[in-house]
Design a protein around this ligand. Structure first.
Ligand SMILES: [Zn+2]
Ligand SMILES: [Zn+2]
Length: 183
């Protein structure tokens, strides 16, 4: 399967048309704010020139995202998305900043490309979903995640193969279990 086909099947949860537009709108609004602030004191010619130049950069990045999205080029779309986000980053403390910041409980939104299983890691406090978490993703079927949380012993290979897996609580463990020593 090519990357293109994967994109068609499962759109990336972060690099969407909506979020790219949210970045662009946010940037355009902040640039307009800056122009209004700069206009009375700064030389108006240069303030307007800076505004137009910065707005054009953001417009180009957004257009690049849109074009890449339409031809399902996930790499180019991601790159353009990050160009927008990096421009917006200078106003990261603004109340309208489009990407929510984690309080430490935000789940990682990136599912596995292969199985669609969710990532069980959390976005650290103060980080955004696109900044992610340390290390790689840890994809796990919701059923396995639930069993692990409950501390049960089970055969992971059986679950992965889609077979109904047998499991038991640690108190019911028997010496033939591979986790017998952990009980
Ligand atoms: Zn993750
Ligand atoms: Zn056991």
């Amino acid at each position: 399967m090519t990357e293109t086909e994967k994109t068609a099947r499962t759109p990336h949860p972060l690099y969407t048309v909506e979020s790219a537009l949210a970045w662009y709108t946010f940037i355009a609004d902040r640039l307009a704010d800056d122009l209004r602030t700069g206009y009375p004191t700064a030389d108006s010619g240069s303030a307007v020139g800076d505004y137009q130049e910065d707005l054009k950069t953001a417009q180009c990045a957004h257009q690049r995202f849109t074009d890449a999205w339409q031809r399902r080029d996930r790499y180019e779309a991601k790159d353009a998305w990050w160009e927008l986000k990096n421009i917006a980053g200078q106003w990261s403390s603004h109340t309208d900043f489009p990407e929510p910041v984690s309080d430490g409980t935000m789940p990682c939104p990136i599912p596995s490309d292969d199985t669609g299983h969710p990532c069980t890691k959390k976005i650290p406090r103060g980080w955004t979903a696109s900044e992610g978490h340390g290390g790689g993703h840890f994809w796990q079927s919701p059923k396995v995640a639930e069993l692990e949380k409950a501390g049960v012993h089970y055969d992971a290979g059986q679950l992965l193969s889609g077979q109904p897996a047998k499991y038991h609580l640690p108190k019911d463990c028997t010496p033939d279990c591979w986790k017998w020593r952990d009980r």
